[in-house]
Design a protein around this ligand. Structure first.
Ligand code: SF4
Ligand code: SF4
Length: 154
């Protein structure tokens, strides 16, 4: 089961819509509340769950740590720099823990349109968009040199 929204908690702010990598969180035009329009395409990445200031979104936990009949709640506390997790297992046990927020501040990442358009030569390059800068590796991607191959096959 992917994400679902508690409509009585949602205030329609749209943060979940902005952050969803699958573009499946939408605002219902009639009720002005968020909903997951394509549950099959949800990665259960929890981005929307953590971004929601109203704790209005619930999501299934991954089956390896929380099988059917459980619940997972996440509370993002920006000021403390933490995300608090509350996991209830189906046998009634509960686990509560905190993890640090490791993402960059909201709105601090440049959008695709703010980068220069790729040049024709970039399409023949093996590097992905924003590489090598985005890799933070000095000198770019490591590559095999001919003399590193035992049989000299390149
Ligand atoms: Fe989108 Fe991830 Fe939320 Fe699923 S869990 S609706 S993929 S942001
Ligand atoms: Fe509703 Fe939360 Fe999405 Fe805002 S982030 S629209 S409150 S579900």
């Amino acid at each position: 089961m992917p994400t679902f929204v508690y409509m009585t908690r949602c205030d329609g702010c749209g943060h979940c819509v902005d952050i969803c990598p699958s573009d499946i969180m939408h605002i219902d035009k009639t009720y002005r509340r968020a909903l997951n329009i394509e549950p099959n395409m949800c990665w259960e990445c929890y981005s929307c769950v953590k971004a929601c200031p109203q704790q209005a979104i619930d999501c299934r936990g991954y089956a390896d740590f929380a099988p059917l009949g459980h619940s997972v709640r996440a509370l993002r506390e920006e000021k403390k720099g933490t995300i608090s997790w509350k996991i209830k297992f189906r046998d009634g046990r509960e686990k509560n823990f905190e993890s640090p927020i490791r993402t960059t501040p909201w709105g601090s990442i440049k959008g695709p349109a703010e980068y220069a358009a790729p040049r024709p030569a970039d399409f023949a390059n093996q590097e992905l968009a924003h590489e090598p800068d985005a890799l933070n590796i000095e000198g770019g991607l490591p590559a095999l040199r001919r003399n590193q191959l035992k049989q000299g096959v390149v």
